[in-house]
Design a protein around this ligand. Structure first.
Ligand SMILES: O=C(O)CCC(=O)C(=O)O
Ligand SMILES: [Fe+2]
Length: 234
């Protein structure tokens, strides 16, 4: 492994820069995290139109955020912002770009059901107040393609860690379709999927797809600067 990029062997796809680390945490860690998330006070959950989330960094999460920070060496300081998103099998997240309040590297830990995340290139996004999402993200459409920028997708298996930055962060929108069946044939990490359970493999129409039959929970880990944090204090 190269000292300058400890994650080099996890790089996937051709767009800079996306890392996919399978089995980032153990089964036991996954179970413990889900227990903590689901025993959190109901008041910690915030309901949105198509999913619900928790937006805090409780002390039981620091073990995992420190592991992410140490093993990636990509964050300028301790991870101080974690969004916990919960998705039922027919729920997703609109294509969006993460908001300007964050340092431009994001790490997403996946628990529960696998899903497919789609990356679509965008031209210039207009950051008006009306398209800032509740998560501090900017909504956008995927109809403004940049030449030579191709869409791609990535399968997010349980216990995996996705990290993206650079062009994938700044020039692409990311989202998850609100479908229970999600084809993954063309995913940049398709080979990682076939080893796993909870996956339908339909060879007839060459359709290989993930069947989301249980809830997915994701932990979106970022660094938000103190200056920007004040913007969210209403
Ligand atoms: O749940 C995910 O994997 C994505 C979440 C996300 O993109 C966000 O919170 O900004
Ligand atoms: Fe996001």
């Amino acid at each position: 492994m190269e000292a300058s990029d400890p994650l080099k062997r996890y790089k996937v796809g051709s767009v800079p820069t996306v890392y996919y680390i399978p089995d980032f945490i153990s089964d036991t860690d996954q179970t413990q995290l889900l227990n903590k998330i689901y025993t959190a006070p109901v008041s910690k959950w915030k309901s949105l139109k198509n999913r619900r989330l928790q937006d805090w960094v409780p002390s039981w999460l620091t073990k995992i955020t420190e592991k992410i920070s140490e093993e990636s060496s990509l964050f300028p300081s301790a991870i101080n912002h974690v969004l916990i998103n919960e998705y039922l099998p027919n729920q997703g997240i609109m294509p969006h770009q993460d908001g300007p309040a964050y340092y431009p590297v994001v790490a997403i830990l996946s628990l529960g059901s696998p899903v497919v995340m789609d990356f679509t290139p965008h031209a210039k996004l207009v950051g008006t107040a009306s398209n800032i999402e509740d998560t501090g993200s900017i909504e956008g459409t995927d109809d403004e393609m940049l030449p030579n920028h191709h869409p791609f997708s990535i399968a997010l298996m349980p216990r995996s860690l996705l990290i993206f930055k650079d062009l994938a962060y700044s020039e692409y929108l990311h989202g998850i379709k609100d479908c229970e069946i999600q084809p993954y044939d063309t995913a940049v990490n398709a080979t990682e999927v076939s080893r796993q359970q909870n996956v339908i493999e339909e060879h007839d129409g060459d359709l290989k797809a993930i069947h989301r039959s249980i809830t997915r929970v994701s932990l979106t880990c970022r660094v938000v600067s103190k200056v920007h944090k004040n913007l969210f204090r209403f």
